[in-house]
Structures are given as structure tokens and as C-alpha cells.
Design a protein around this ligand. Structure first.
Ligand code: NAP
Ligand code: COA
Length: 275
């Protein structure tokens, strides 16, 4: 059989002709993803709650990377997500890649966490991701490139996440959801995966979970590669899955954490009492 040599992975405009929707695309990891996929030729929708933030991101992307629009939404509200997808299809002619990156998290011991605090994080992370997938389904099915859903997860979800039980449960739910949809929607050509970052430099997540709690040095020490990840490390993983690299990948987690999760498993096996 002839090898298919016609699909270069990271050609300069490897996402040309595709439309991508990034929830939480106005800050942190989502902003880095938005820039990277716009620079790779995709038309990008930057979506979140704060209008000034997404409009600033849109203007920055237009000035430096490529084509973008901003759409205000709250992922907890299915109607607002559904309308945003309809607007995307109306303005850009379709939707090929849904990146469910929006999330909320804060450190809160479970014994002190209010029911509303729990519900809020589950609602943004897990319900919000389902809303994005469900609202995008028809458009993704119609994608001539084969639709993509990429949700941002974390390996913390699988090991339990003391101090962030709400986010751990929500992300574990997201990982399960992607596996379910990979099977249900594979026949429609829609690939469903997660990218699981380790701690990423300069982000709100690292600020809240590690810096504010005085745990940054311990966290860096737990990474075999010896550094925090960069936003570009995550953006590159997204480029891979969103473009030709992801053609035959579905129902899996791409772990981009400098080896943190492997090291935790090994440490746990050798010393079961390590927290
Ligand atoms: P971030 O900048 O705070 O990103 C979260 C984004 O979600 C914000 O842009 C926020 O924008 C948006 N958002 C929050 N609630 C929303 C809602 N209800 N509706 C729509 N948008 C909403 O933090 P980040 O650290 O870059 O995190 C990005 C993703 O990476 C998250 O999924 C996080 O769990 C994951 N992650 C991060 C790390 C890390 O080291 N930072 C590690 C593993 C996984 P608005 O406020 O404008 O709504
Ligand atoms: N510790 C304990 N409880 C907290 C908390 C904290 N640090 N922050 C919020 N809560 C509780 C609130 O007290 C409230 O519960 P209550 O009604 O019982 O008092 C509940 O969570 C909802 O808070 P609220 O501020 O009304 O939610 P919101 O919808 O305005 O904002 C958050 C959502 C709380 C997740 C907010 O932090 C946010 O917008 N985060 C997005 C950015 C982010 O988290 N980035 C990191 C991604 S890894």
C-alpha cells in the first residue's frame, strides 16, 4: 500500500480553511491557543463572559496573527452557546474545531465548600463542555475536514485532587464525556480528545492553585523536566490534534505536563504516604 505523504503536519498554514471556536479564548492558555491557530490559518472565535477581554484578544489577534471575531457567552447557559455557534456559522460559513477551554477553579477544602461553590465549578467546567459539544454537533458533522472537539483536562482528575475536589470531579467527567462522544460521534467524523496540561507559567490556574498557596517551588520540583510548561506547549498540542496530525486520533488524552503525572505515580508506588 502507498504511504500517504500528502499531509504535512505543521505546514505554515496547516489550519487554512478551518474555523475554530475557543471558549475562554481571551486569557491564559485559551489566548495562546487562539493566537496559534489563527497564525496557522484558521478563522478563530474568541468566546467568554467578559466583553472587554475577548474584544481585546480579537484586536490583538487581528493585528498579529490572523482572522478573529469575539462572541460574548456564558458556557453555563446552553442558549447563549447555541446562539454563539449559530453566529459563527453565519459569519464564517461553518465550524470545524470546538476547543472547550473555559473553566473556573479555586482552592477550597471540601469540608468548608458551599454547595453553590461545588455547583458553580461543575456547571462551568462539565456542563459548559457538554453545552459546547452539543451545540456544535451539527456544524462539526458537516465539516469537510472532519470535526474536532478538544477539551482541556488535567491528570489531577484521575488521581483525585485534594483541595480542588470540584474541579477534579468536573475534569474527570470531561474525560469520560470525550470518550463517550468519540464512540457516538466517530461515525460522523468528529474526533473527540482532551489535552491535559501540567502547570503552565503565567496563568491564572498556576496563580490560584500554586503561587497564592506558596506551593510553586514544590510543584516545579514535581516535574521531571524541571520547569513549568509554556502556553505555547499547550498550543502546539492543540495544533497537532486540530490539524492533519489528529486525523486518526480520537477518545484519548494528550498529556502535556513535563512528566509530572508519571513521576507522581512512581513516587506514590515507592512511598504510599506521600500526600
Ligand atoms: P484562565 O485564564 O482563567 O482561563 C479560564 C477562561 O475561562 C477565562 O478566559 C474565562 O473568561 C473563561 N470562563 C470562565 N467561566 C466562564 C463561563 N462561565 N463562560 C464562558 N467563559 C468562562 O485560566 P487558565 O489557567 O488559562 O485555564 C485555562 C484552562 O486550562 C482551564 O480549562 C483550566 O482548567 C486548564 N488547565 C490549566 C492549567 C494551568 O496550569 N493553568 C493546568 C491544567 C489545566 P471570562 O472570565 O471572560 O469568562
Ligand atoms: N473559596 C471558596 N468558595 C468560593 C471561592 C473560594 N476561593 N470563590 C468562589 N466561591 C464560592 C462563592 O462563595 C459562591 O458560593 P456561595 O453562594 O455559597 O457563597 C460560589 O463559589 C460561586 O461564586 P461566584 O463568585 O458567585 O461565581 P461566579 O460565577 O461569579 O464565578 C468562579 C465563578 C467562582 C469560578 C470565579 O472564580 C471565576 O469566574 N473563575 C474563572 C477564572 C478561573 O477560575 N481561572 C482558573 C482556571 S484553572
Amino acid at each position: 500500500m502507498e504511504m500517504d505523504r500528502t499531509k504535512p503536519l505543521f505546514a505554515e498554514k496547516c489550519l487554512a480553511g478551518r474555523v475554530a471556536f475557543v471558549t475562554g479564548g481571551g486569557s491564559g492558555i485559551g489566548l495562546g491557543i487562539s493566537h496559534a491557530i489563527a497564525a496557522a490559518g484558521a478563522k478563530v472565535v474568541v468566546a467568554s463572559r467578559k466583553k472587554e477581554k475577548i474584544e481585546a484578544a480579537r484586536d490583538e489577534i487581528r493585528a498579529t496573527s490572523g482572522e478573529a471575531i469575539a462572541i460574548q457567552l456564558d458556557v453555563r447557559d446552553y442558549e447563549s452557546v447555541s446562539q454563539a455557534v449559530a453566529q459563527t456559522v453565519a459569519e464564517f460559513g461553518g465550524l470545524d474545531v470546538m476547543i472547550a477551554n473555559a473553566a473556573g477553579n479555586f482552592v477550597a477544602p471540601s469540608a468548608e465548600m458551599s454547595a453553590n461553590a461545588w455547583r458553580t465549578v461543575i456547571d462551568i467546567d462539565l456542563n459548559g463542555t457538554f453545552h459546547c459539544c452539543r451545540a456544535a454537533y451539527s456544524a462539526l458533522k458537516a465539516s469537510e475536514h472532519g470535526g474536532r472537539i478538544i477539551a482541556i483536562s488535567t491528570m489531577r482528575a484521575l488521581e483525585g485532587w485534594p483541595g480542588c475536589a470540584h474541579a477534579g470531579a468536573a475534569k474527570a467527567g470531561i474525560m469520560s464525556l470525550m470518550r463517550s462522544l468519540a464512540t457516538e460521534w466517530g461515525p460522523d467524523g468528529i474526533r473527540c480528545n482532551t489535552v491535559a496540561p501540567g502547570p503552565i507559567d503565567g496563568t491564572e490556574g498556576v496563580r490560584r492553585i500554586y503561587e497564592e498557596k506558596g506551593r510553586l517551588a514544590t510543584e516545579i520540583a514535581s516535574v521531571p523536566l524541571g520547569r513549568l510548561g509554556q502556553v505555547s506547549d499547550i498550543a502546539n498540542a492543540i495544533l497537532y490534534l486540530a490539524g492533519p496530525g489528529g486525523d486518526y486520533i480520537t477518545g484519548t488524552d494528550l498529556v502535556v505536563d513535563g512528566g509530572r503525572d508519571r513521576k507522581r505515580v512512581i513516587v506514590a508506588q515507592n512511598a504510599p504516604t506521600v500526600a
